[in-house]
Structures are given as C-alpha cells and as structure tokens.
Design a protein around this ligand. Structure first.
Ligand code: COA
Ligand code: AMP
Length: 256
C-alpha cells in the first residue's frame, strides 16, 4: 500500500455474527487518515467498536482503502441547540423548522410517517420535497453517507468559534450533516439515533445549519432513522454517488 496520500478507514461492528449473516449492528465509524496517523485512527475505531451502549460486538471489521480522487472541503454547519420539555414539543419544533425551509406540511407529515414505518432501514430515506414520496428505491438498505471526516484544525476552530467543548456524537453528526447539506439538492435532513440511551436528535439544512433538539424520542427506545428531503434536479444516482462515495473534508482549507 502507498505510504503517502489519504486513506479511507471504515469500521463496522455487530453482535451475533457479521451483519451479512444476520448479526445486530452495534456501531460504525470512519476516518480519512494520513499514513502516519493510520495506526492511531484504527485504534480509535477499535475502541469505538467495543465501547457502545448497544453492547459488545463479537464481529468487527476494519477496511482501509487509499483515496484516489481529490478531496474537496465543505464548510461545517453552524450549530444551534434547542432544549425542549418533551418528545412531542421536540417533534413539533422539527416540523416547524422544516416548514421554515419551505417544505409543505403534507410532505413533512408524509416523511415522518415513512420514517416511522421504516425504522429497520439501515441508512437514510430520500424523500422528494415536492411529493413526499420516498425516491431512493433502496428498500431496507437506504443510503449511507460515507467518505467524510473533519479536517482536525478546522474542528478546533469550529469549537472555538461556537464556544463549544468536544462531544463525539455531535462531532460526527455535524460532519455527516455538513456533507449532506453541502449538496445543492438537499433541502433538509432529520435524524434521531437508534441508541436506546440517546434521545437527542437534529434537523439540519443549508438555510439554518445544524439545529440540535434535546428530545426526539423516549429513553429506552431502540428506534431511530434519517430522512433527507431532496429537490431532485437530474439523475438521482449522481446525488447518491456524492453521498456515498465523494470524499470531503469538513472544514476550511485556509487558516481561520
Ligand atoms: N446500521 C445497520 N447496518 C449497518 C450500518 C448501520 N448504520 N452500517 C453498516 N451496516 C451493515 C449493513 O448490513 C451493510 O450492508 P448493506 O449495505 O446491505 O446495508 C453492511 O454493514 C456493509 O455496510 P458498508 O456500508 O458496505 O460497510 P463499510 O465498512 O463500507 O462502512 C460504515 C460502514 C458504518 C463506516 C459506514 O456505512 C458509515 O455509516 N459511515 C459513516 C460513519 C460516521 O458517522 N462517520 C463520522 C465520521 S466524522
Ligand atoms: P445513528 O445516528 O448512527 O444512531 O443512526 C441513526 C439512523 O440513521 C440509523 O437508524 C440509520 O437508519 C441511519 N444511518 C446510520 N448511519 C448512516 C449513514 N452513514 N448515512 C445515512 N444514514 C445513516
């Protein structure tokens, strides 16, 4: 393997055997890494695999691939935090924010209904912003956003700029949402985790940034999911290819 350039490192862990033989997904994570940082990054991902609230895996896999295309930069979204007193208020808030993005009420309701019927889907559901129909055609697989990581210096600047301290979940969620929202077809994204002990979720959009909502489900609930509201303007495969494959750094190329 080449000793220069950037490597895409991916980890997935499951319990009850590998995912493809029916094992339950425990955790996943990824990095874009220099050769010098490979060992450190792989160790961090192994650590992540074995420290998840969903339990200890009996299967995990780490894949390393050299990145062969140029990696562009996309700016991280601005974070806003809303504290809500209940799941109902959280859900209402998210729906209001989606309406502020110009999405019709009927489309928002249809999106939420689709999410509730498809908690088992392993990636995001793509929703046509005009019709509210699911358009990815990926059945139980959905679309998994991949090939992104924080540019480390930018992450430090972003934390300072927003007067935040590091939180791993938020770091990962903002990175993913920033990649998603950097594409001009994305109108908004909504997510809540399938981790039973993590009730915080978010709505993200190019217009309003990353809006974190303190409660979007009840404690102990194993169900989570992701919706991407999309204004399709051409072949959907190019959008899915961007989400899954196009490598991006989250951050700024120039020193802040
Ligand atoms: N939930 C359930 N099953 C999952 C899963 C998830 N989140 N991620 C992977 N799997 C399982 C599925 O069975 C999948 O098969 P499918 O493609 O038919 O659904 C199988 O593992 C293989 O998935 P694949 O995406 O090909 O594996 P990978 O090793 O290339 O990448 C991840 C796995 C988890 C790294 C990647 O999918 C991902 O989610 N990346 C984003 C992680 C992240 O948040 N990064 C933040 C960095 S700042
Ligand atoms: P998580 O935030 O990892 O708990 O994931 C919440 C939901 O988002 C999961 O139930 C999946 O449906 C979906 N999901 C997980 N990983 C990805 C990904 N990489 N891209 C898009 N959707 C994902």
């Amino acid at each position: 393997m080449e000793q220069s350039g950037v490597f895409h490192v991916r980890m997935r862990a499951a319990k009850g055997g590998a995912h493809e033989v029916g094992g339950m997904h425990i955790s996943g994570g990824e990095k874009l890494s220099s050769y010098e940082k490979l060992t450190e990054h792989i160790n961090e991902l192994v650590e992540k695999a074995f420290s998840h609230s969903r339990g200890n895996p009996d299967y995990f896999q780490v894949k390393v691939e050299a990145v062969t295309e140029p990696i562009s930069f996309v700016s991280p979204l601005k974070p806003i935090h809303y504290l809500v007193p209940s799941v109902e208020k959280g859900s209402l808030l998210v729906k209001n924010r989606l309406a502020c993005c110009g999405i019709r009420k009927a489309v928002i309701e249809k999106g939420f209904q689709l999410l509730e019927e498809n908690y088992h889907v392993r990636g995001a559901l793509l929703i046509d912003v005009e019709t509210g129909e699911r358009i990815d055609g990926r059945k139980d697989r959905g679309v998994r956003v991949s090939a992104f990581d924080w540019h480390e210096k930018s992450f430090t600047w972003w934390l300072a700029e927003n007067r935040l301290t590091e939180q791993v979940r938020m770091k990962e969620a903002v990175a993913l949402a920033s990649k998603v929202c950097a594409h001009e077809w994305t109108v908004a994204e909504v997510c809540w985790s399938d981790d039973p002990d993590y009730v915080t979720g978010y709505v993200a959009s190019p217009l309003f940034g990353y809006e974190r909502v303190s409660q979007l489900k009840t404690e102990g609930d194993h169900r989570g999911g992701r919706l991407l509201f999309v204004r399709q303007d051409g072949n959907l495969d190019t959008y899915i290819h961007y989400l899954e494959k196009t490598p991006v750094w989250i951050g700024w190329e120039e020193e802040k």
